[in-house]
Write a protein that binds this ligand. Structure first.
Ligand code: ADP
Ligand code: MG
Length: 386
């Protein structure tokens, strides 16, 4: 097997005619539980996965930043001092947006050296595994190092989020970048999105004989438009009508009042967020006290809440989840922002292929395109590799 770090170094050299200064990478992530809770200042429990976006970077002796990716056959080039949110509109908004966002966090873009960047990735794009945070986080740690900024990881997560919010234009929360930057082997990142404090929680999947299966439905989603922003607006409306700064302030005990205060749709949006926060807390407690074999019901309940209350599932995700549940999974749920993307199933190792066959069969029967399935392990966060 060729090493992606060799590929990216060779790709850099082909394109820019010199070897890179260094190679950095950041992982995609899967969210074990806690969906649409991040921007409501709630709890999430993602983990970094063994699929990574790798960045080769070389310093320049002028003030130009150039970015290229194996993903898109085009080189984007701009003067660092010309970086501005409204000047970046294609995929390069992610890496160049990070450079701009570093400028908002103290980097002097008129003084730092220019760079060339070449990117390759094994994170599937648009599958809900946050290839976006992987590219942002890999670029962020690379630039932080070569520009000698010394920003800590929580700040770099904010940098990635700022790029995604202001430059890409997707109103996403802080979860994805936090997982990509703070993840560790065999651990999930339990993140409080209000305080931004995080704790590593041991997962112990392998020890319990479990694997985490990703079922990428191939149904594409876009967070810059449509449903995601609408759900976010509903949450803001619900919080305002309930008289709280964010839905984080509400607990399940507040739901009866929410039911009488809110219209039915807003109530169901709020109920998802409030119960999902509780499920994250419960999942952390169960992982710590009993272990992963006991979290299945929480995963299943999370899916039902997203399907029925938050209404962000699609038929392909529901079918993947139901088929996994009916064929021996410990638990299953859609993961990511919804409206497409991937589902996860926590599965006994010996039963992985049986579940894959069952899902393939069910998708064929429904006339859905064949999903892509693979297992992931919890891996380390962004790091310099060479
Ligand atoms: P997800 O984060 O779930 O994969 P998003 O829509 O948030 O989906 O982000 C996907 C977008 O991120 C791509 O369409 C592309 O613009 C950008 N992107 C991700 N990875 C890469 C990469 N390796 N090279 C270039 N662009 C990338
Ligand atoms: Mg994304």
């Amino acid at each position: 097997m060729t090493d992606i770090r060799d590929d990216v170094a060779a790709g850099f050299e082909d394109l820019f005619g010199r070897p890179p200064t260094g190679i950095w990478s950041a992982p995609g992530r899967v969210n074990l539980i806690g969906e649409h809770t991040d921007y409501n200042e709630g709890f999430v429990l993602p983990f970094a996965i063994n699929r990574r976006t790798v960045v080769a970077l070389g310093l320049r002796d002028d003030a130009t930043i150039r970015v290229a990716s194996a993903f898109a056959d085009q080189l984007s080039s701009i003067e660092l001092t010309d970086l501005a949110p409204d000047r970046l509109d294609d995929w390069s908004a992610y890496p160049l947006g990070v450079a701009w966002a570093l400028g908002q966090h103290g980097a002097d873009l008129a003084a730092v050296p220019g760079v060339d960047i070449y990117i390759e990735s094994t994170v599937p794009v648009g599958a809900g595994l946050s290839s976006s945070a992987a590219i942002e986080s890999a670029v962020a740690i690379a630039l932080d190092e070569v520009w000698q900024l010394g920003l800590d990881r929580p700040t770099l997560a904010k940098v990635g989020q700022l790029a995604e919010n202001k430059v890409v234009g997707a109103p996403t929360g802080i979860m994805d970048q936090s997982a990509a930057l703070l993840g560790r082997d065999d651990h999930a990142v339990f993140l409080d999105c209000r305080s931004l404090e995080s704790q590593l929680v041991p997962l112990g999947f392998a020890e319990a004989g479990l694997e985490l299966l990703i079922i990428d439905t191939g149904v594409s989603h876009s967070h810059a438009t449509g449903g995601y922003a609408e759900r976010r607006a509903s949450c803001e409306k619900g919080a305002a009508l309930m008289g709280v700064a964010s839905l984080r302030e509400l607990s399940v005990d507040d739901l009866p009042r929410a039911r009488t205060t809110l219209d039915d749709e807003t109530f169901r949006r709020v109920r998802h967020v409030v119960t999902e926060n509780q499920r994250v807390l419960d999942t952390v407690a169960v992982l710590r006290s009993v272990g992963p074999l006991a979290i299945g019901d929480l995963l299943d309940a999370s899916h039902a809440s997203m399907r029925d209350d938050f209404e962000i599932s699609v038929p392909e995700l529901d079918l993947a989840v139901e088929t996994a549940q009916g064929n021996g999974a410990i638990g299953a749920r859609m993961t990511g922002g919804g409206f497409g993307g991937a589902a996860i199933a926590l599965v006994p190792s010996a039963g992985v292929s049986r579940i894959q066959v069952a899902i393939d069969g069910a998708f064929a029967e429904h006339g859905f395109e064949q999903p892509t399935m693979f297992t992931v392990t919890a891996s380390s966060g962004a790091a310099r590799n060479r």
